[in-house]
Design a binder for this molecule. Structure first.
Ligand SMILES: *Cc1c(COP(=O)(O)O)cnc(C)c1O
Length: 393
């Protein structure tokens, strides 16, 4: 008899349980235990587990047309691009499968534009602590400490600035700089919010120096922050934007959006076997139909206020250091490096467990389904209190 995961290449420490089924905010493991899920595949399942609209879109599209090849148009590809253009400040869309892949496409487009219009400028400025994915180039773009050393040699052409420090961006922007890539809320770094003033200054700096402003909205987009896209919170328009996670509602789907002025790929410059495949595009359409309705987004903001208030009460009652976030992407700061212990204690609660995420040793991150109910938030907060009592006393 083999032990759990013996045939898998180890990439992370996984708990000794196997998930079998999910519905809305709930997961069920093979032993029959239920978990209230505030991770949702890392902010991926915007409508929770196994929503009927996705099951329907998948099964209808699977029976109709799976993949005619990215070299041909298909109807869901065209409709999804039209919908994204109608919902956003952008004019053109490239569809792909993962966040890293969309970000790579953004960097390629910026470099293509730099070659055509900026005398070969190619350097991308991104931010310390930032996260843009796990391809080699996106590891270079990310600001995770140590990531420049694991797989050397790394792709070159990425400079770093500090979030909320406009002088650091101005200093990093040498003559070869072509773009600035930013997460308006740094997710993996621990839900660090950009200041509105900084974002306005950044937009102005980019315009003045002919730098493209690339918004990585892989985590913040599609309702996560209470608006269709987080750039709306800052009253600025980026030049390029990437989406993934919430766009697919659980399936691999991502997008690069750009303004017409930067639509400068030549045929053959960019592509991919699954880019614009109708099966995933049909799911993206189903997700947008639901999430980007004004009433749905208003309800997300209401649920976010409710969750934030509950977390603030927990900060006061348990002597934590603070709570922050945008919409339903929120974090709690613990007094010390107990986050992994709290995650484990919450998961092991019985009869019902709570699934949490700890992106930093002293920080818990919350990214529930956008349609979580207030009763489920109440239950999650009760379970969180129980886990905190066990770990912090
Ligand atoms: C998750 C994430 C990515 C990477 O997305 P993948 O689909 O895992 O490649 C990129 N940027 C941000 C901001 C993310 O949160």
């Amino acid at each position: 008899m083999s032990t759990l995961g013996d045939s898998l290449i180890t990439i992370t420490h996984r708990p000794e349980l196997v998930f079998a089924q999910g519905q809305g905010s709930w997961l069920l493991d093979e032993a029959g235990k239920r978990y209230l899920d505030l991770v949702q595949g890392w902010a991926v399942n915007s409508l929770g587990h196994a929503p009927a609209v996705i099951a329907q879109a998948l099964s209808e599209q699977a029976r109709r047309l799976l993949n005619p090849s990215p070299a041909f148009y298909n109807r869901p590809m065209l409709d999804l691009a039209d919908r994204l253009v109608a919902l956003s400040c952008f004019d053109r869309v490239f569809l792909a499968s993962s966040g890293a892949e969309a970000n790579e496409a953004a960097v390629k487009l910026a470099r293509r534009w730099g070659r055509k219009h900026r005398g070969g400028a190619h350097e991308i400025i991104s931010f310390e602590q930032g996260f843009h994915g796990r391809t080699l180039a996106m590891m270079s773009a990310s600001g995770k400490p140590g990531w420049d050393r694991i797989y050397t040699p790394m792709p070159a052409g990425f400079a770093k600035a500090r979030l909320n420090d406009i002088e650091s961006v101005a200093r990093a922007a040498g003559p070869d700089a072509v773009a600035v890539m930013i997460e308006f809320v740094q997710g993996e770094a621990g839900v660090n919010l950009a200041d509105p003033g900084f974002v306005r200054e950044l937009r102005a700096l980019c315009s003045e120096r002919e730098l493209l402003l690339i918004a990585d909205e892989v985590q913040t987009g599609i309702g996560r922050c209470g608006r269709a896209f987080a750039y709306e919170l800052f009253d600025v328009e980026p030049d390029l934007m990437t989406l993934a996670k919430g766009l697919g509602g659980g399936v691999p789907l991502s997008a690069l959006l750009c303004k017409q002025a930067f639509n400068c790929f030549e045929p053959g410059d960019q592509g991919g076997t699954y880019c614009g495949n109708p099966l995933m595009a049909a799911v993206g359409l189903a997700v947008l139909d639901e999430v980007c309705r004004p009433e749905f987004l208003a309800a997300v903001r209401q649920r976010a206020r409710y969750l934030a208030q509950g977390l603030q009460q927990i900060v006061r009652d348990h002597g934590l250091l603070g709570e922050r976030g945008a919409g339903l992407l929120r974090a709690l700061v613990l007094p010390g490096n107990q986050a992994e212990q709290v995650v484990a204690a919450a998961r092991e609660l019985a009869p019902v467990g709570l699934l949490l995420n700890a992106p930093r040793p002293n920080l818990l991150r919350f990214m529930p389904a956008l349609n979580i109910s207030e009763a489920e938030i109440d239950q999650a907060l009760d379970l969180l209190r129980a886990a905190l009592r066990q770990v912090l006393g």
